[in-house]
Design a protein around this ligand. Structure first.
Ligand code: 5GP
Length: 174
């Protein structure tokens, strides 16, 4: 690292799916120069409208597992039956270049980042209520009933971790 360059700050944003974190983070990035969003790897299939290399790096489960074995992830987790992770090299490239980086990741991943990078700032986005969360998940119309059930179950567990975060944002705007 060049001694004169400022190293970027790492931010973690977590929220149950349906809390509207994508909208919050995209609003933040549009409004703030020098902040970038990290692109995760996942073994889940792309939803309609998602693009490989834009929304995620979509990879097979065996490829993901090989990356775990190779120590390539800063953090990774299994969420609702799929694997998700942040590659160390991607993160380092951005931070070294001085960009502030936002990782939009689950609670398990956030804990790993806190452990490995204690100077990270952790933000939790909450929906206004459980009923609003469920309605948002259904309105997306992208998931099966079983998927929605898995995501609601995961959400109940995640919300309990809110006290581990530095900041809480209630998103009642979308
Ligand atoms: P989705 O399938 O809705 O895109 O994401 C499901 C969950 O996985 C969300 O909570 C999302 O924030 C989380 N997630 C996405 N990328 C990563 C990642 O790289 N690591 C971890 N730990 N969670 C991730």
């Amino acid at each position: 690292m060049s001694s004169s360059a400022r190293r970027g700050q790492l931010f973690v944003v977590s929220a149950p799916s349906g809390a509207g974190k994508t909208t919050v983070v995209e609003g933040l990035i549009a409004a703030t120069a020098g902040v970038r969003r990290s692109r995760s790897y996942t073994s889940r299939r792309a939803r309609p409208g998602e693009t490989d290399g834009v929304d995620y790096h979509f990879v097979s489960r065996p490829r993901f597992e090989a990356m775990i074995a190779g120590g390539q992830f800063l953090e990774w987790a299994e969420y609702a039956g799929n694997l998700y992770g942040t590659a160390v090299v991607d993160t380092e490239r951005e931070l070294e270049a001085g960009a502030d980086l936002v990782l939009v990741i689950d609670v398990q991943g956030a804990r790993q980042v806190r452990r490995h990078r204690p100077s990270s700032v952790l933000v939790f986005v909450l929906p206004p209520s459980a009923a609003v969360l469920e309605a948002r998940l259904r309105n997306r119309g992208e998931e099966s009933e079983a998927d929605i059930g898995r995501r609601l179950e995961a959400a109940r567990g995640e919300v309990r971790a809110v006290a581990e975060y530095d900041y809480v944002v209630v998103n009642d705007a979308v």
